[in-house]
Design a binder for this molecule. Structure first.
Ligand code: ATP
Ligand code: MG
Ligand code: MG
Length: 549
């Protein structure tokens, strides 16, 4: 377990429970189903579900589906899957704000009868123009002083579908001169002739987020309603509705700083644009900062939860560097990922004095420090593959790999010496010819002999062929913003290697299994594209950070 980092909300909950202000804690995670969840949402999920778990309360999953137009069932399913994957459970507490529409409607009538809400015929533009500015009071609508009876009649006819979209709205009657713009008679309902993905054709009017949210919290008995800082200014409105309605419970809103991550975009609008424009293969493309994306990339839920705990929860906006997220998965996989050998860009290597047609089975442990991970059998024979990069006919200074006349150790096997090269008509090296020293097999006394380097390899006769996708950051700019944010897409965010050779133990790897390919990085079997006999691996992260130097 990671030691707890600063989290001021943990302190608030602790004190509320200790001081008897609350008997139990009830939180909620309220996504709008208009896209896949991203790593910023993970922070909110870990916070809300985490606090509930820690203090023996409960956390609701609530779909904030008040807007019928942008929402889709696919998103609902992906959101549930993301929360579950992160390791949290809502139990029986799955809710939809749309299921409160009738109650919200009744409460709106209540406000009308109290003279605290009115039907306004101004257009959206006129309402905006009447709103005033920070230094100048707003102007009252000419319809502001309709009688409760007239308002009730009009509101019921709005519900019945008598008026076209935009013809009227219901507004709370608060204060057009308030220094807080949110209190200048905010819109509560608008007319939208659209059916709703969850409640169908029941409604022609839909509540605004600000009216629906606090009342949904109250209906569910939420104690701590945790949201991001941009809602701080909405809090007086949140409280105004609760003060003026006969709600069964009194939730309280708390704000925390949202997560901003460098080299990524996190707004769902921008993520949707990447999907629509085909810049990525979908919301779950392994380069996307979505939870389903980083899952396919090979991240573990533990790494994401540790990351969220490490960055802490505060009240000042900050940027977290992508390298911190990457380091969290590197640390986790370093502990648990088996080490295996995979040659990504193969070069043939022939051992001239190894008996042709024979093979031996070497037993190599999966992890140098973790014997409990066991070992696997790796076949060795006279024909191998090594990385093209691990051979240089004319070695640069300090080259610690293979070159003519030089010796190198093959990981877990023998010391070999390069005695010749084969070339094609253009002079490119097509194979390396070597001899081997049989006394130096790992485990034999002769294996103590030191050579300048160790390289990985696979048996050409036994290897599995695989496709490997080398992923990198999606953007080259730490803060891709402005109208030209897409100009900063990293053209090298994906390199596909179609002819990689893997040690045969990987033939049985299952979707999402994670490995360290020795000297290359951490890789996982792709969840969607991998097939038995045609495996596809994704690079999760390199072994070292190559961005911050
Ligand atoms: P986006 O701007 O990406 O559309 P959103 O806030 O509109 O995000 P919601 O579906 O409403 O998305 O978010 C659900 C919850 O997740 C909210 O409580 C919100 O505060 C929280 N959340 C969203 N983005 C972040 C973030 N970057 N960091 C922390 N919490 C976030
Ligand atoms: Mg939102
Ligand atoms: Mg949004």
């Amino acid at each position: 377990e990671t030691p707890h980092t600063a989290n001021f909300l943990r302190t608030i909950v602790q004190e509320d429970l200790k001081g008897g202000k609350r008997e139990t804690i009830v939180t909620r995670f309220p996504p709008e189903p208009n896209g896949y969840l991203h790593i910023g949402h993970a922070k909110s999920i870990c916070l809300n579900f985490g606090l509930a778990k820690e203090f023996g309360g409960r956390c609701h999953l609530r779909f904030d589906d008040t807007n019928p137009v942008k929402e889709e069932t696919e998103y609902v399913e992906s959101i549930k899957e993301s929360v579950r994957w992160l390791g949290f459970s809502w139990g029986t507490h799955l809710y939809y704000a749309s299921e409160y529409f009738e109650q919200l409607y009744q409460w709106a009538e209540h406000l009308i009868l109290q003279g605290k809400a009115y039907v306004d015929d101004l257009t959206a533009e006129e309402i905006r123009a009447h709103r005033g500015t920070l230094t100048e009071a707003g102007k009252e609508s000419p319809w502001r002083n309709r009688s409760p009876e007239e308002n009730l009649d009009l509101f019921r006819r709005m519900r019945a579908g008598e008026f076209p979209d935009g013809a009227k709205v219901l507004r709370a009657k608060i204060d057009m001169a308030s220094p807080n713009m949110n209190l200048r008679d905010p819109v509560m309902y608008r007319i939208i002739h659209a059916s709703h993905p969850h409640v169908g054709d029941a409604w022609r009017i839909y509540p605004m987020y600000d009216y629906a949210h606090g009342q949904s919290d109250a209906i569910e008995g939420i104690t701590h309603s945790i949201c991001t800082l941009e809602f701080e200014d909405h809090k007086p409105l949140y409280e105004w509705f609760l003060d003026n309605l006969p709600v069964p419970n009194r939730p309280r809103q708390y704000e925390f700083a949202r997560l901003n991550l460098t080299y990524a975009v996190m707004s769902k609008r921008k993520l949707l644009q990447l999907v629509k424009d085909g810049d990525v293969s979908g919301w779950d493309d392994p380069r996307m900062p979505t939870i389903m994306g980083i899952r396919r990339r090979g991240y573990t839920p533990e790494a994401v939860r540790n990351f969220c705990e490490t960055i802490g929860v505060g009240r000042s906006d900050s940027w977290i560097d992508m390298s911190i997220l990457e380091e969290s998965v590197r640390q986790d996989l370093n502990e648990r990922a088996p080490r295996v050998m995979a040659v990504l860009k193969p070069l043939r290597l022939v051992i001239e004095d190894y008996p042709e047609g024979e093979a031996e089975e070497l037993t190599i442990p999966y992890h140098p420090q973790k014997p409990e991970l066991g070992s696997r059998v790796v076949p060795f024979c006279s024909e191998l593959f090594i990385e093209q990069d691990d051979f240089a006919e004319v070695p640069p200074k300090g080259f610690k790999r293979l070159s003519p006349g030089e010796e190198i150790r093959l990981r877990g096997a023998y010391i070999i010496k390069c005695v010749d090269v084969e070339k094609d008509a253009e002079g490119a090296v097509t194979a390396v010819r070597c001899t081997y020293d049989p006394e130096t097999r790992s485990g034999l006394p002769g294996s103590e002999r030191k050579v300048k380097g160790v390289i990985h390899w696979v048996s050409a006769r036994h290897a599995e062929t695989a496709k490997v996708r080398l992923y990198d950051r999606l953007f080259t700019d730490p803060n891709p913003s402005g109208d030209d944010w897409k100009d900063h897409l990293n053209p090298a965010s994906m390199e596909i290697l179609a002819d990689c050779r893997l040690e045969p133990s990987l033939a049985t790897a299952q979707a999402e299994d994670r490995f360290q390919f020795e000297r290359q990085g951490y890789f996982c079997v792709d969840l969607k594209d991998s097939r038995p006999g045609a495996p596809v691996f994704n690079r999760t992260v390199t072994l070292r950070d190559s961005w911050t130097k």
